[in-house]
Design a protein around this ligand. Sequence first.
Ligand code: NDP
Length: 285
Amino acid sequence: MNTINGKDLAAVVRGEVKVKAQRFLDEFDRKPALHVVLVGEDPASQIYVRNKKRACKRARVDSVQHLLPESTTQEELLELIARLNGDEQVDGILVQLPLPEQIDENIIIEAIDPRKDADGFHPINLGRLVAGQAGLVPCTPLGCMRMIAETGVSLVGKNAVVVGRSTIVGKPVAHLLLAEHATVTICHSRTRDLAGVISEADVLIAAVGRPEMIKGKWVKKGAVVIDVGINRLDDGTLVGDVEFEEAAQRAAWISPVPGGVGPMTIAYLLENTLTAAFARANQTG
Ligand code: NDP
């Protein structure tokens, strides 16, 4: 068994972003800029936003934070987004989710200029992904695909099983796997015989959010296992959706939690910011 070290690989991706950020600075005479909007004081969101800021700094991407009070109205948030959409110096916009209940997430996501949609959650970008067109793709799925690429295992004709059908992980990663010519199965809470489906998976992506619910003995021998789940146990330990020790006995490659997909997600947020920056800069000038 080999571990796919997301922490080290994320550092490689950040290095790649740094090179691109320098090229952007040379060509367009300014640093690429990611604007992160945080509404309220959710502690987990505050940590994510802080980590994003640190990653930007390391990759020489400008990061600007907009910290708004919990009582912010939808109109106020829409006004900020409209201002960021119209600002030529803004390359990526990310609104940290979840939002307070008075704000409709879908309305906010759709208000972001799809060309600046660093998270890749805008329906136009999701539609482009399904249609196989170039666009901004959600960061966690991109991170998963890079991890698989690093194993050197080809996806062509392989059985890929995705457990979870969310719009931010399960569905987009399934489309990326399909684009790489895997035969893709998406499982969810109503799937019958999850163990049986998983036992056929050459590549398994777990994105459920239930601690170690995927048993090691279900994993096919020689499989590539990417564990997206981040679950905090009562004693404070972080675990994934897959029983790591047991699955590691059977898998050829497996990603750990923590130190797996998590750091890759942030690295690909930066990569998306650069993709957005170059696409817009080349379009406008
Ligand atoms: P969601 O809660 O949006 O989706 C979870 C999915 O799991 C749903 O499709 C649900 O099915 C399915 N599911 C729930 N129970 C079962 C079950 N018993 N058997 C099979 N499928 C089941 O979660 P997200 O996609 O947002 O996140 C998934 C996990 O990944 C979480 O732990 C989250 O913290 C983590 N995450 C990690 C990131 C990272 O950077 N590493 C980034 C994003 C998420 P149904 O649709 O039928 O309800």
